[in-house]
Design a protein around this ligand. Structure first.
Ligand code: PLP
Length: 429
């Protein structure tokens, strides 16, 4: 596999950008080696600048659920962009988008479009704090909500201690306001609310944790968080940036039948363009400027070209059987990966939810963040490179979920499993 052009670009990039990239995981640090530079992508495949073609299970980290460069999305973008790239006054597509999102996710009674998942989550916690007049927020170990200061915090010596920032630059005073809980631990959440419930503005959670690979909620866990928030007057925020429109048309909240007060979206909602959204109960959203005092704004928010890409993608995923087909294929892939690993004598388990999955180098079913971090990440790195050499691109980190798109057909899954059988043998060797 020739990678000369990617290597030359990466060499130049490292002089210019921190780590040579505009987002850290792209640098391949946790699996070793160097990233490939993309030239184009289509359907389930991405091609690099050296002409190598990879079967892609990252999908631009989530947005490309209908496959790369889907003709319907490209046409929608091309049509809209000819009328201008940005107006700075309202446009009809913003209204269409809001109506569409509310139809698909009924808890989004009102919403605001932003430009990234990070913006969506930052805005949602500001709203939770502003609306409740409280300062503390609760997050969960292993959940990622973008790079806002309040989220770059992990637990200190336990759930009830004050947060400790895990990035320099996050003020300690702010980190103190973020309390961290172990995901899927009912008792810890109950205890925290008993002790500090009156100070908790909101709880933010990835309903399925896609940033610790893929951890599903235990039976009743999301309902438990709902009940605690209701009892203590805290705002329940589902961060559906990853799960939204992916694990079901109505997101994880539809899949598990739990209604949050606020939700955040990104990725699929923009169809590959920089888009996010937050929204929920009208009584909360009406407190956002200019109808209320809680400030939040954006020069490019609701951008017409971005709305066109998002709307076209949301239309595609409403085709009959869209998610059912994805779910069947994800099961086939994950069952196949487990069988291939067993054949090679490598211990792995998988978690899946419709079009997302996690592959863990572990003997036991993974239900907690502690179990996820205990997995053999070095083995994952070897597996990753074994696949990549055979033209299959999994996420360059053991802690990222895998994504399928509607362009991943049976032939692609067969190819993946063939590559996986060889890669697992190498992991063992
Ligand atoms: N929330 C979740 C659950 C995410 O997975 C991500 C990004 O991966 C974000 C928020 C941040 O979104 P963005 O990278 O668009 O700022």
């Amino acid at each position: 596999m020739n990678t000369d052009r990617s290597h030359a670009l990466f060499t130049r990039a490292q002089e210019l950008m921190p780590g040579g990239v505009n987002s850290p995981v792209r640098a391949f640090r946790s699996v070793g080696g160097e990233p490939f530079f993309a030239a184009r992508a289509e359907g389930a495949y991405i091609e690099d600048v050296d002409g190598n073609r990879y079967l892609d299970y990252v999908g631009s980290w989530g947005p490309m659920i209908a496959g790369h460069a889907h003709p319907a999305v490209l046409e929608a973008v091309a049509k809209v962009m000819r009328d201008g790239l940005s107006f700075g006054v309202p446009n009809a597509l913003e209204v269409e988008m809001a109506e569409e999102v509310r139809r698909l996710v009924p808890s989004m009674e009102m919403l605001r479009m932003v430009n990234s998942g990070t913006e969506a989550t930052l805005s949602a916690i500001r709203l939770a704090r502003g609306a409740t007049g409280r300062s503390r927020i609760v997050k969960f170990e292993g959940c990622y909500h973008g790079h806002g200061d309040s989220f770059l915090v992990k637990a200190g010596s336990g759930a009830l201690t004050f947060g400790v920032p895990n990035s320099p630059g996050v003020p300690k005073a702010l980190a103190d306001l973020t309390l961290t809980l172990p995901y899927n631990d009912f008792e810890a959440a109950t205890r925290l609310f008993q002790e500090q419930g009156a100070d908790i503005a909101g709880v933010i959670v990835e309903p399925i944790v896609g940033n610790a690979n893929c951890i599903l909620p235990r039976e009743g866990y999301l309902q438990h968080l709902r009940a605690l928030c209701t009892k203590h007057g805290s705002v329940l925020i589902f961060d559906e940036v990853m799960t939204g429109f992916r694990v079901a048309l109505g997101g994880a909240q539809a899949r598990y039948g739990v209604t949050p007060d606020l939700s955040t979206f990104g990725k699929i909602i923009g169809g590959g363009m920089p888009v996010g959204a937050y929204g929920g109960k009208a009584e909360l959203m009406r407190q956002v400027a200019p109808s209320g005092p809680i400030y939040q704004a954006g020069t490019l928010s609701g951008n017409p070209v971005a709305m066109a890409a998002g709307l076209a993608t949301l239309k595609l995923i409403q085709e009959p059987g869209f998610h059912e087909t994805l779910e069947t294929r994800t099961h086939r892939l994950c069952d196949g990966l487990e069988a291939a690993a067993a054949e090679a004598g490598v211990a792995v388990t998988t978690n899946r939810s419709c079009a997302m999955f996690g592959l863990f180098f572990s003997r036991e079913k993974v239900e907690t963040f502690a179990q996820a971090v205990a997995c053999d990440t070095a083995a994952y790195g070897r597996f990753f490179h074994g696949l990549l050499r055979r033209g299959v691109y999994f996420a360059p980190s053991a802690f990222e979920a895998g994504f399928l798109s509607s362009a991943h057909g049976d032939a692609e899954i067969d190819r993946t499993l063939e590559a996986a059988r060889a890669a697992f043998r190498e992991v063992r060797a």
